[in-house]
Design a protein around this ligand. Structure first.
Ligand code: DGL
Length: 292
């Protein structure tokens, strides 16, 4: 199990902010990242459709024999995590709970703001999770549908985005939040701007780092952490255009994104992994020899 890769996916390239944290924390692990660029963004989509896409992707990743799946997308986590954790026999980690735990730990007055896509905020997942972890939490949520497009255009500073950020955040700052969860993979790239608009008294929470810690804890607990000093291999798969994925990928993750491979769900590219792709049962269960 130790030598199997970690699978990660997102509606596109945003989840690379989570991958950055995972490979920084676990440099020895092989990671396969799948960006569903052809169908992303998920934020404006119907939650049921996002659930179906997520399931299709997890089934596909299981064909690579992955030992754990990270749903590196808030919208897909809101739509599909609970069901996936129930239905698959390998650990499935989302990005919502790690951010929630960090916010509860750090908030002084339990006035917590959450920003995300329409899909994420509309699902109420953050609110439910925050109240489950600490019933004293007062939660103020705001969908910020325009942010994703700005970030993907590389427009993370300037008058226009600042004005939009001010109007999104105004109800939250007026409510007196002391902590703000950036509940979307793209928002860590807006961190300096959000910090300026929210003010110095509001602590910003990025789920990326917290998610990486959770992945490490789970693999450690199962004895599935890869041993040895060699650095892991990283693969970038996209359902969309390779050139665009590469360009945006470098912006979100960094120079490690040297190559990307276009995939559809009917076949598997050959990756230099310790086990060949598509040799395991897509349900991830007994045939893959996985016992939790
Ligand atoms: N990755 C998505 C999320 O974290 C943002 C982009 C999208 O709308 O798909 O919600």
């Amino acid at each position: 199990m130790k030598d199997r890769p970690i699978g990660m996916f997102d509606s596109g390239i945003g989840g690379l902010t989570v991958m950055r944290s995972v490979i920084d924390r676990l440099p020895g692990e092989d990671v396969i990242y799948l960006g569903d660029d052809a169908r992303g963004p998920y934020g404006p989509r119907d939650i049921e459709q996002v659930r179906m896409f997520s399931r299709e992707i997890i089934d596909y990743l299981l064909g690579f024999g992955v030992k754990l799946v990270v749903i590196a997308c808030n919208s897909a986590t809101a739509a599909a995590l609970e069901e996936a954790q129930h239905d698959y026999d390998i650990p499935v980690v989302g990005v919502i709970m790690p951010g929630v735990r960090a916010a509860i730990r750090r908030s002084k007055r339990m006035n917590i703001g959450v920003i995300g896509t329409r899909c994420t905020i509309g699902s109420g997942s953050y609110e439910r999770a925050l109240r489950r972890v600490d019933p004293r939490a007062r939660v103020f949520s705001q969908a910020c549908p325009e942010f994703v497009e700005f970030v993907e255009r590389g427009e993370v500073v300037g008058d226009h985005i600042t004005e939009i950020a001010m109007s999104y955040l105004e109800p939250l700052t007026e409510a007196g939040i002391d902590t703000l969860i950036m509940g979307c993979t793209h928002y860590p790239l807006l961190e300096p701007l959000l910090h300026e608009v929210a003010g110095p008294d509001v602590e910003l929470i990025s789920s990326a780092e917290e998610t990486a810690t959770e992945v490490e804890d789970i693999l450690d607990r199962l004895g599935w952490l890869r041993e040895g000093g060699s650095s892991g291999k990283h693969y970038f798969l996209t359902t969309g255009e390779v050139e665009k994925a590469l360009e945006l990928g470098r912006m979100f993750l960094g120079p490690e994104v040297r190559e990307a491979t276009h995939i559809n769900f009917d076949s598997y590219p050959e990756l230099d992994l310790d086990i060949p792709a598509a040799t395991t049962d897509a349900s991830g269960g007994e045939e893959a020899g996985i016992e939790l």
